[in-house]
Design a protein around this ligand. Structure first.
Ligand SMILES: [Zn+2]
Length: 116
């Protein structure tokens, strides 16, 4: 699996993740994903490393609060979220915040989160 780096706009928050970008990315239409433009790829927490910015993150939760959406306090960009999957802790990477991603080359799994 390939290693990728990414982070927020002001670069205070930086991360590294092992991610297979040949797999479909979640394009969800719920109120939260839609307003932030989130495109999410889910990985086990063991494949994710926060390189910098632990103190620059703030957490946003809504609805049932199952996912901690982590955004940079300075620039407001959300690089990732954290939650519990059925196999353990998961990280939801906002693929828009990867350094080296070509969004047009990805495949998308459209998810109707709006009607959940
Ligand atoms: Zn930032």
């Amino acid at each position: 699996m390939e290693k990728h780096t990414g982070g927020c706009h002001c670069t205070k928050v930086r991360y590294e993740v092992e991610l297979d970008l040949t797999r479909p990315v979640l394009d969800c239409n719920c109120s939260h994903c839609a307003i932030k433009g989130l495109l999410l790829a889910f990985v086990p927490e063991s494949q994710f490393t926060l390189l910098s910015g632990a103190d620059d993150l703030e957490t946003y939760k809504f609805s049932k609060g199952h996912i901690s959406h982590m955004a940079c306090k300075s620039c407001g960009v959300q690089p990732f979220g954290k939650g519990m999957g059925k196999d353990g802790p998961m990280v939801a990477i906002n693929v828009r915040t990867l350094d080296d991603v070509d969004l047009k080359s990805l495949t998308y799994n459209e998810f109707n989160g709006k009607d959940l």
